[in-house]
Design a protein. Structure first.
Lengths: 239, 289, 455
């Protein structure tokens, strides 16, 4: 896995509301981000691994978190563009509905868990269970992902520029997975699939939205074989 | 459930700060377990005088009197004993004199302190911030299925100079405990972690190295767990195959640290440029001085 | 006239207690189909339960209260510990979580209507919040389950309380189950699943495992909803003492404990009958855990006015006001009903006898809710069948039942001299069997003996 990547030396625009978590309680910061008709740009400094940073935002605002966060950063995000300039703990952007979350470093387990929409970009690696139970979110990972990723992935698209760990897409429903590197093993009912023109187009769009310009020909598509859609005794070993 | 912290220093300049750094890490993990806590410190000259065998004893009514050759340092409710003989020999004498006392740890250069109460309060009572040394391990506990007592606290001593801390829960340890008892192993508590610790101790006593011992544990125990096992000069981290319990490792040229959550590492000097990653399941990561 | 039993006796026929007709049918069914039996409801076998407990009514030393003028209160406040808006319910009976998907839309609407009429809450289920239920329920508890079907922050903010579900009594350790015949277009849409497939569900939450991580998750839910709503934690009854302690440590404002008699719409028969413990055995464990932590029925702080307590809701086989009163006497703050609520709506009603026969069952025996062919129109997605069910009439029936439960509990409480139903206490109870005495931790009637006490 890679070392931490961070943007350094970026100039902060003047109109940004800045909160320092070393001196302002998280409750106050989240309260401010929950104000009705919220507008503008926000910066959160010194998270120092705090949990639940910028959760439940529901406004078309920009939030820049400068440092590493703990669990559930940007949880249940709606509409906001949130950047975590550091690493993210378990469950970053979990249950996101819309908007964008970008992690410049690595993400821990369950990144984008059960999210319904929006775009989650992880520039580094994501750990185990990336995209678990995803329900429509798009996730683009610049590096590699850990084991049990896309477990029970129901809908949405997962793009991985690096490798994928064991049991990719176990029990997958209708989500689509594109991997450029190696896949350690596929989970139950997850199979390699052909890349047709519409898949190349979809993948190119996702990569571009995340800021990458890879040739889609380098990727392989994975999805459900749909053999587990109805309980049958012949599938007993899969359960 | 719990929080684990571990710090292994690579540069002597940081030895005087070991306790201060470990106290900070332990305090951050108090939210994960506020019932009780335990620490193991390697190399504090007051707690474990160099060149002497050491035994940490707690859950005892008064200061143990083993003999005039045994020095006793009291730290809150723990008595740190040292003598000019191998630790195993001192341990034998302590057990003979005080069969009901709880042996928190034994081994040269090792002091183990455990207590019931909030981790920050315990840290203060121990004067942890002033401790020195090259390696420290800590644990904050939210008791799952067993009682909150000193015997339920981690770290568990698995052999001379060896300690084990655990986050998670085993689910088939009752049977393994029975097997170990039949093999002559005795237990201090009903805690699932102690079963893991005694299992590793038995493996090590049979001549296997830490990596093999931990691989055997992974093959034998069911459950979700992150384990940190320390020795005088090394520490090792392993997670189970499913790896639901958290673990973060950070490494610089000056130190290697491990914790359940990143925020426990956030105060370490130089962490901004540390290599930070999460251990893969069933892979043993080990560092030696 | 001789009965079949007499005839068999005369012929010397004796049924095996081990391989009885039920066991024989189960083995033959397994051999024919090759798949485990799936059904609804909770544990059907006889278990130590509330019927094994009796109240000690008024006597020379205890005086009863008159009805009407001499008050016997029934209200309860849930979740006062941390939330800005605790739930104030008029009665100590709530409606347990049951999913839209398992139940029809009209059935969920009826539950909302009836509960609101009686001044209590309903709970969503493993499929999300429907507008019908939110529209009808005065107090709505929103479940947060491993599957996270339909979970979204807009509904979270619309809820009056949030219930983090670890498990339920019928299947502690099992996830939701909904078969293809009930995954209609609407259900599929809410759950983000293809229509008509058999749903596979997670049994663990996707982004936390264990009470140390649950602590962080509960904080997340509080932060998202600005600390407005009580957070409940629900467990199926297994290692209840430890579970309740850990739930409180993790931050629960209310703990819900569901015994093995608790129902489900669908799961494996072996799960229902053989995993989890009876409700009676779970309640004293839960109460002991709360007492040891100093949060059981803990009153309001003089300084803040906020309650220090963590409330206990018990479910799993609550059928009548006596069950309600006994659960409260053992230490619950409220109970939840699921199966009983559906029966009040019309489930297993004798008027559907002919239809039950056509399905190979009979009124009073029907448990194949997973099939979606419920003649009462309650646990089905079939439009024709669910049209048979009138949600307005159903709501009234439920409200009637809730009122009867409450009045029965009050009758008992008054007879024991209590001015509030939650003033009932374990000392008001005795047990009829040794097992019930041991599990409920009350003495065997006529003795001072509580088996196992002091161990």
């Amino acid at each position: 896995m890679d070392t931490l990547k961070r943007r350094t030396g970026a100039q902060r625009p003047r109109d940004v509301s800045v909160y320092d978590l070393r001196s302002t309680p998280l409750r106050d910061v989240n309260t401010a981000l929950h104000q009705p008709d919220l507008e503008g740009e926000f910066a959160i400094d010194h998270p120092d691994g705090a949990h639940n940073v910028a959760v439940g935002v529901n406004a078309p605002v920009r939030v820049h978190v400068d440092g590493h966060v703990g669990y559930y950063a940007a949880g249940m995000n709606q509409q906001a563009d949130i950047v975590i300039d550091g690493n993210a703990g378990t469950g970053v952007a979990e249950n996101m509905m819309s908007g964008t979350v970008r992690v410049t470093g690595n993400a821990s387990q369950s990144a984008g868990a059960t999210a319904h929409g929006g775009l989650l970009v992880i520039e580094g690696d994501a750990a185990a269970r990336c995209g678990i139970s995803m329900k429509g979110v798009d996730i683009v990972v610049g590096g590699s992902i850990g084991h049990m990723s896309a477990f029970m992935a129901q809908a949405g698209r997962l793009v991985v520029r690096g490798d994928a760990g064991e049991a990719l897409g176990d029990s997958i429903y209708e989500a689509r997975i594109y991997v450029r590197g190696a896949v350690s093993s596929l989970g139950a009912d997850c199979v390699k699939k052909d890349m047709r023109p519409e898949h190349h187009a979809e993948l190119a769009e996702l990569l571009s939205a995340a800021g990458y310009s890879d040739d889609t020909v380098e990727y392989t598509r994975y999805g459900s074989a749909r053999n587990l859609y109805h309980f049958h005794v012949d599938n007993a070993s899969s359960y | 459930m719990c929080g684990i912290v571990g710090l292994h220093l690579r540069t002597e300049e940081l030895y005087p700060r070991l306790g201060e750094l470990l106290a900070g890490m332990l305090g951050e993990m108090a939210d994960r377990g506020a019932d009780s806590a335990g620490i193991a410190v390697y190399g504090d000259p007051t707690w474990s005088p160099p060149g002497r065998g050491c035994v940490s004893v707690t859950d005892i009514a008064e200061a143990p009197d083993i003999g005039p050759d045994v020095a006793v340092v009291q730290v809150d409710s723990t008595y740190l004993l040292s003598a000019d003989e191998p630790s195993e020999e001192l341990l034998r004498r302590v057990r003979a004199g005080y069969p009901d006392a709880l042996i928190a740890g034994f081994g040269a250069d090792l002091a183990v302190l455990k207590g019931v109460g909030h981790p920050r309060d315990l840290s203060d009572a121990w004067g942890l911030a002033k401790a020195q040394g090259w390696q420290g391990v800590g644990h904050t506990r939210m008791a799952t299925e067993s009682a909150v007592t000193p015997s339920g606290c981690h770290p568990y001593t698995v052999g001379p100079q060896q300690c084990l801390v655990h986050n998670g829960s085993f689910s088939n340890h009752a049977t393994i405990r029975r097997d170990l008892r039949r093999a002559g192993v005795s237990f201090d508590s009903a805690n699932d972690t102690e079963v893991g610790a005694r299992f590793v101790a038995q493996q090590l006593a049979a001549g296997r190295d830490v990596e093999t011992a931990l691989k055997e544990l992974c093959a034998t125990f069911d459950g979700f767990y992150t384990l940190l096992v320390s020795n005088r000069d090394s520490f090792a981290v392993v997670r189970d195959a499913i790896a639901c319990k958290p673990a973060v490792i950070a490494e610089t040229t000056d130190w290697v640290a491990m914790a359940s959550e990143y925020r426990a590492l956030a105060g370490l000097p130089g962490v901004e440029s540390a290599k930070i990653w999460e251990p893969e399941p069933e892979v043993v990561y080990a560092w030696t001085r | 006239m001789s009965s079949p039993t007499d005839d068999r006796a005369r012929l010397g026929l004796r049924e095996s207690a081990t391989f009885d007709r039920t066991a024989i049918a189960a083995i033959q069914r397994a051999a024919e189909t090759g798949i485990y039996d799936i059904r609804g409801w909770g544990a059907k076998r006889a278990l130590p339960h509330f019927d094994d407990l009796l109240f000690l009514g008024a006597s020379m030393s205890r005086y009863p209260l008159e009805g009407y003028r001499e008050r016997c209160g029934t209200d309860v406040v849930l979740g006062g510990r941390n939330a800005k808006h605790p739930l104030h319910l008029d009665i100590p009976v709530t409606i347990a979580g049951m999913s839209f998907g398992a139940l029809s839309g009209p059935a969920k609407e009826a539950l909302g209507r009836g509960a609101s009429e009686a001044g209590t809450s309903t709970t969503t289920g493993d499929g999300g919040m429907t507008p019908e239920e939110r529209g009808q329920s005065k107090h709505l508890v929103y479940q947060y389950l491993p599957s996270r079907y339909g979970m979204n922050p807009d509904d979270l903010r619309k809820a009056d309380a949030i219930e983090v579900v670890l498990g339920q009594g019928a299947k502690p350790g099992g996830g939701g189950m909904l078969l293809g015949q009930k995954i209609s277009e609407r259900v599929a849409g809410m759950r983000t699943l293809p229509e008509g497939i058999d749903q596979r569900s997670a049994c663990r939450h996707p982004d936390w495992t264990g009470p140390d991580d649950l602590t962080i998750k509960i904080n997340e839910l509080r932060e998202i909803t600005d600390w407005e709503k009580p957070i409940y934690v629900k467990v199926g009854a297994t290692r209840t003492y430890y579970d309740v302690k850990l739930a409180v440590h993790a931050g629960a404002d209310v703990v819900v404990v569901d015994g093995m008699q608790g129902g489900t719409a669908a799961t494996q028969e072996v799960f229902i009958e053989h995993v989890g413990i009876p409700t009676l055995a779970a309640i004293p464990q839960a109460v002991q855990a709360l007492q040891e932590l100093g949060v059981h029925r803990a009153g309001a702080s003089a300084a803040t006015g906020k309650s220090n307590g963590v409330q206990l809701i018990v479910s799993g086989g609550i059928r009548n006001g006596a069950d309600v009163a006994k659960a409260l006497a053992l230490g619950a703050d409220a109970v939840a009903i699921g199966t009983a609520a559906l029966i009040a709506l019309g489930d297993n009603h004798p008027r559907h006898e002919d239809e039950y026969r056509k399905l190979g069952s009979a009124a009073g025996f029907y448990d194949d809710f997973q099939d979606g062919r419920d003649p009462a129109g309650i646990s089905t997605q079939d439009p024709e069948l669910s049209a048979r069910f009138d949600p307005v009439e159903g709501g009234h029936r439920l409200a009637n039942f809730l009122r009867v439960l409450t009045m029965e509990a009050q009758t008992i409480a008054r007879a024991c001299g209590k001015a509030h139903v939650t003033h009932l206490e374990p000392e008001d109870l005795v047990a009829l069997t040794i097992e019930a005495a041991a599990m409920a931790r009350v003495p065997l009637a006529g003795t001072n003996w509580i088996p196992g006490a002091g161990l």
